[in-house]
Design a protein around this ligand. Structure first.
Ligand code: ZN
Length: 404
């Protein structure tokens, strides 16, 4: 490998144009990230660098020259320098497994109808070493049922050890191939790599693939989101992820105390109950009457309305606290909601009325004796505290007001 040109160089990093006749580093494209690895200058050079990414050399269009994005470890790259290189083969292998799995899965999803709009169509691919994702265009409703079915078929193809071959041919030749799946408007090169998966598909694709579908090992859809017609499906080829999902699921089942086939219904029922409770609480909120305790804040002559209600939810106290300062715009309002456990932090609220010209913003930071974490706005502070002593709070508020 040889450096043809230094395209960009700065402290610690560079983009270099290299001639790589053995095409050791595979460039990014079609959703597959470029290869990574290391390079060194040969003989007397002390140049060493990590390769972060490999890119196609679009301008020259020469298949043997690539752009390497590098992090320099020692020395400097120089024009004409001969290099030795090591590609991160393990990473490329995982990406090849991901890529091949994606082809099979996408094809299985697209099968079933001649009309493209009637089946999920892969529009974009984003391959990663841990998890990959596919953007899908589909007017229908993508469901777990359909994804499970496509996942199962993909795993059958994997178990079936289908042969995968690729050959480079001229664009002219490739265009004549019957049934070739290619996005010609996106292919700029004169030569095209045609990939065939036995019994599945033949397509133009410049990525890297495994040569036997069994090398993918396993395929698992890890999740999906979106809504018609734009969906995203995530997947992995790491069987360990299935184990992980199974373990977490069993933990959850023990916690909930039900069978796997019941968990979804249990959750949906809980969610419905939760929504109903929330609605009921929203209605009840307006009728909550708080036994405010009135205190004068030392020399300031201001009134502080205090409510200390053990175990009360902060969510239920915000409306009454706001009403309190709305009714008494020249006052402050302090809500402390201590837990039974002395050591655990509990929620607090501190509000001021609209007529008070005080910025509460710095209160938590400037008064460490209130032992609080949190924040808010000039008229509104909230968070958690471990300070249960009302007199400490009163003195802290008094000191803060007299200093501001
Ligand atoms: Zn491919």
């Amino acid at each position: 490998m040889k450096i043809i040109d230094i395209l960009e160089i700065n402290r610690g990093g560079a983009k270099i144009l290299v001639e790589d006749s053995s095409a050791l580093f595979h460039p990014s494209g079609g959703g597959q990230p470029g290869d990574t690895g290391t390079i060194q200058g040969v003989e007397s050079s002390n140049f060493r660098a990590g390769v972060l990414d490999t890119l196609k050399n679009k301008e020259l269009g020469d298949s043997n020259t690539f752009i390497l994005d590098i992090a320099i470890k020692s020395g400097q790259p120089e024009k004409g320098m001969e290099l030795t290189a090591q590609v991160d083969a393990a990473r490329n292998r995982v990406l090849s497994r991901m890529h091949t799995a994606q082809h099979i899965f996408s094809r299985i999803q697209e099968a079933g109808s001649d009309k493209a709009s009637q089946t999920p169509q892969t529009t974009k691919v984003n391959l990663g070493t841990e998890e990959s994702s596919i953007s899908i265009r589909y007017d229908g409703n993508l469901t777990w049922e359909s994804l499970f079915a496509a996942e199962e078929k993909t795993n059958e193809i994997i178990a079936d050890h289908r042969k995968i071959t690729s050959s480079v041919m001229s664009r002219e030749e490739a265009e004549k191939l019957p049934g070739l799946d290619a996005k010609w408007d996106r292919i700029k090169d004169e030569s095209v790599t045609v990939v065939s998966i036995e019994g599945i598909d033949t397509m133009a694709c410049a990525g890297t693939h495994v040569s036997d579908s069994g090398d993918i090992e396993s395929f698992l859809v890890t999740g999906f989101n979106g809504s018609a017609p734009d969906w995203e499906v995530r997947f992995t080829v790491h069987a360990s992820r299935l184990t992980e999902y199974g373990r977490r699921m069993r933990e959850l089942l023990r916690e909930v105390g039900c069978r796997p086939d019941q968990i979804r219904d249990v959750f949906l029922r809980q969610r419905t109950e939760n929504d109903a409770l929330r609605t009921a609480l929203d209605k009840a909120r307006a009728f909550i009457s708080i036994p405010w305790e009135e205190r004068k804040i030392g020399a300031t002559k201001l009134t502080l309305y205090i409510a200390m209600i053990p175990g009360m939810s902060k969510d239920l106290m915000t409306t009454p606290a706001k009403s309190c300062v709305a009714e008494h715009p020249d006052s402050l309002c302090l809500v402390l909601l201590p837990e039974n456990d002395i050591a655990s932090p509990f929620p607090f609220l501190l509000l001021r009325g609209a007529e008070l010209n005080v910025d509460l913003s710095g209160f938590i930071k400037k008064r460490p004796e209130i032992e609080a974490r949190g924040g808010g706005k000039p008229d509104w502070q909230n968070g958690v505290t471990t300070q249960r002593s009302l007199s400490v709070w009163l003195t802290a508020i008094e000191s803060f007001l007299s200093l501001s």
